[in-house]
Write a protein that binds this ligand. Structure first.
Ligand code: NAD
Length: 728
């Protein structure tokens, strides 16, 4: 298969065109790399060729590396990865040096990249090795190096080149945060050189005029100095100290790729360019061989995308939503209306009073006002989206709706009334969804005449920020309702998981034990700072105590009461210290962030100022504090054992959903790839042994689930056993 083709024109310009057969986007394969290398070698050796333009036949330039290449290298061990990466470095270095005399640095052939659109990952690393980068004026195109977001870093010279081009500070947002920008912003930032109406023509013009000086990279010229200074320069020293502190402040040392990236940058900055590439390759190999990167790529790239594309969608015709009714214009309803209108869906937003409905729409208005102030939207665009939301009290406007999402008070009676009122006006085939977070879907469906068309679509707050949507099947929910929910989630560009109906569904079921375990430790006398910091050191975005403050202490008290009422004698006795502590805080009016008082203290502006000193008056303090790993294991096992139980009970049908849902839903340590990936990294035998120890010391909530015990005995892993298939 031909992935790169070359034509040579009468002006002496060789145009190398990337066009991966059968794909809408280019990704670099091993074959592709060989073909590109061969084409460049041929053009450099051909006396008739004066310069080279590398471009793509597709709308975009390239999306990145074919992940199979990385997987293939990894199978050959660390040496295989290192050798594979070094061969890419040699190829890109050949482009950069372009046949110039190594002594005089003269006589090379100009090579330009012409990007018709998006250029990500190796899709930008290859252009960075060229002498000039031209991009089409395509505001939808994204240019960047997103590797860090899936647990790796740019390892084909992107790290070394970008730091030498922009300096550590300039490059940091692209390397450390994976930020991508449109071509104009990329030009402004110095990632690319020119934005042109016809990038190939502009690149051709340039290569025909370029001089020896034009094609010599600054780092290959004598006297090169890194922008902002290298580590031993006074300014550079400060930059590196600052960057190191910033990265560790943000990641708490829990992300191997961020640490390795910093090391590659720091060590690389002190040596000549070619040695820096070798250092980059060593750290890249280190990261690839770390199980974290494989797990992150699997969950945050491959499986996230598979779920978004409908991996678990039942076979049903297209169910795209045209008109959505949102009932309840409170916090959740307002957010749901906003994201749906943004996706181009007509929305009828209903509340009991017109003022309440208007307030819901006003939420979208203020969202856009902020966007306009930040230059992210325009009044025209905002108006076009806002005009899709009709705020009303009139149910008859739902007569042609094809999906309803109910987000009224969390009350069975109110929800039943709304269900009946809606069903009286909507078309027979309309799907009805509830956004309940705690009430069983099958119970709520009893109010419906059409239980097979009744489903849970559970959003997380704030709706416009949170990427996960949990779809819950009631006992009688039919396939068309599931397909409808999935097609809707795809329209609003979020990531769905589909689970079965059970108390707290999946995400909340796992979060609650995490919060409880944190509070329980405080009730036992463990230092609150140790609890929250142990969680941050695990890579959790927020410690359990802070999260309780965010979600509110009155909600915790309410949920505990409702659970106790529902479970009766089966309510776990070891929850008592947690409940008592919550009630004690509640009684003092410490409801969390919303009352500016909770586990933490806050200033008048709502900024956290530190843990509340009065907490020690409510709880004992252990003379001997536990080891941080023990605290971490309690916090991790509390979550992952619930995930395993959800799988055992059939609430989860697919471990991919369990992993992706955990990271996107509650920020479960992303470096691990999710609860099942974390258990796989630990290994089932060790995980089972650790359960036994924790259960013996802290109680039956840590009892090893039968499934994990069986897997430990058989030496199985979750991904080995359940693979990419449903567990059922
Ligand atoms: P909210 O109190 O902010 O909003 C509820 C809205 O429903 C109010 O505007 C109220 O006037 C309206 N309402 C009540 N009865 C109505 C009726 N009969 N007809 C029309 N409108 C009516 O509540 P919220 O936080 O937006 O939660 C709504 C639902 O979403 C609940 O079921 C809740 O469990 C669920 N949920 C909440 C969150 C969260 O973080 N707040 C997260 C996920 C799910």
């Amino acid at each position: 298969m031909t992935e790169f083709t070359m034509t040579k024109d009468a002006d002496g310009v060789a145009i190398i065109t990337w066009d991966l057969p059968g794909k809408s986007m280019n990704v670099l394969t091993l074959t592709g790399a060989e073909q590109l290398d061969a084409a460049v070698t041929d053009a450099l050796a051909d006396e008739a060729v004066k310069g080279i333009v590398i471009t793509s036949a597709k709308d975009s330039f390239a999306a990145g590396m074919d992940l199979n290449v990385l997987a293939g290298m990894k199978e050959q061990g660390a040496e295989g990865v290192f050798d594979g990466v070094m061969s890419l470095h040699h190829m890109l270095r050949k482009i950069e040096r372009a046949g110039m005399d190594p002594k005089t640095l003269k006589g090379g052939k100009p090579i330009a990249a012409a990007l018709p659109g998006t250029a990500m990952g190796i899709g930008l690393e290859l252009p960075l090795a060229c002498h000039r980068i031209f991009a089409a004026d395509n505001p939808k195109a994204r240019i960047g190096l997103p590797e860090i977001m899936v647990g790796i870093f740019p390892g084909s010279g992107g790290t070394t080149r970008l730091v030498r081009k922009l300096g550590v500070m300039g490059a940091s947002q692209y390397l450390l945060q994976g930020k991508s920008v449109d071509p104009k912003a990329a030009q402004k930032a110095g990632l690319i050189d020119e934005v042109a109406a016809d990038p190939v023509a502009a690149a051709k013009d340039w290569v025909l005029k370029a001089t020896d000086a034009d094609i010599l990279k600054p780092w290959d010229a004598k006297g090169y100095k890194m922008p902002g200074g290298a580590p031993y320069h006074p300014a550079g020293f400060q930059t590196f100290v600052g960057a190191n502190a910033m990265v560790n402040g943000q990641t708490w040392g829990a992300f191997p790729a961020a640490k390795a990236l910093l090391s590659a940058v720091y060590e690389g900055a002190m040596v000549p360019f070619d040695t820096a590439l070798k250092i980059e390759a060593r750290w890249f190999t280190n990261v690839i061989m770390n199980p974290s990167s494989g797990a992150m790529i699997r969950s945050l790239f491959l499986n996230k995308e598979a779920l978004e594309k409908g991996a678990n969608r039942p076979d049903a015709p297209d169910q795209k939503v045209k008109k959505l009714g949102v009932i309840g214009a409170g916090m959740m309803g307002a957010g749901i209306a906003l994201v749906s209108a943004q996706a181009g869906i007509e929305v009828v937003l209903i509340d009991q009073k017109q003022e309440a409905a208007d307030k819901g729409k006003a939420y979208a208005e203020s969202y856009f006002d902020k966007g306009i102030k930040r230059g992210k939207s325009t009044p025209e665009k905002a108006q076009a989206i806002l005009s899709k939301i009709t705020a009303t009290t009139d149910y008859s406007l739902l007569s042609d709706a094809d999906l309803i999402i109910e987000a009224v008070f969390e009350d069975v009676g109110v929800k039943a009334e709304v269900t009946k009122a809606v069903e009286a006006v909507v078309p027979e085939d309309c799907i009805f969804a509830t956004n309940t977070s705690t009430l069983p879907i099958s119970d709520l469906a009893k109010a419906s005449k059409r239980a097979e068309q009744f489903i849970g679509i559970h959003f997380f707050s704030p709706v416009e920020k949170m990427a996960l949507v949990e779809i819950i099947k009631g006992r009688e929910t039919g396939n068309r309702a599931v397909a409808k929910a999935l097609d809707y989630v795809r329209q609003i560009r979020k990531t769905p998981i589909v689970v079965n109906d059970a108390r707290f569904f999946y995400a909340n079921r796992c979060i609650i034990p995490y919060l409880n375990e944190g509070a329980r430790m405080v009730a036992e006398g463990v230092s609150p700072a140790l609890v929250d910091n142990a969680a941050r050191l695990l890579g959790m975005p927020v410690g359990p105590l802070q999260l309780i403050d965010e979600t509110s202490i009155d909600l915790a008290v309410k949920i505990a009461k409702a659970t106790k009422a529902a479970l009766g004698d089966k309510y776990p006795a070891d929850n008592k210290p947690v409940d008592d502590l919550m009630v004690a805080l509640y009684d003092q009016g410490r409801l969390g962030r919303k009352s500016n008082a909770g586990f933490y203290s806050y200033d008048e502006k709502g900024k956290r100022t530190g843990l509340w000193e009065g907490l020690s008056g409510l709880t004992p303090t252990l003379d001997e504090q536990p080891d941080v790993t023990e605290v971490q294991h309690r916090l991790m096992f509390a979550q992952v054992l619930e995930a395993v139980r959800a799988l055992e009970e059939g609430v989860l049908e697919d471990i991919r959903e369990g992993d992706v849902g955990a990271i996107l839903g509650w920020g479960f340590a992303p470096w691990s790839g999710g609860p099942f990936s974390w258990l796989d990294i630990l290994g089932a035998p060790y995980a089972a042994e650790r359960c036994d120890q924790l259960a013996q010391k802290f109680g039956p909530r840590f009892n090893c689930p039968d499934l994990l015990r069986e897997m430990a005995a058989k030496g199985q892993s979750f991904y080995g056993r359940f693979g990419d298939q449903k567990a059922a």
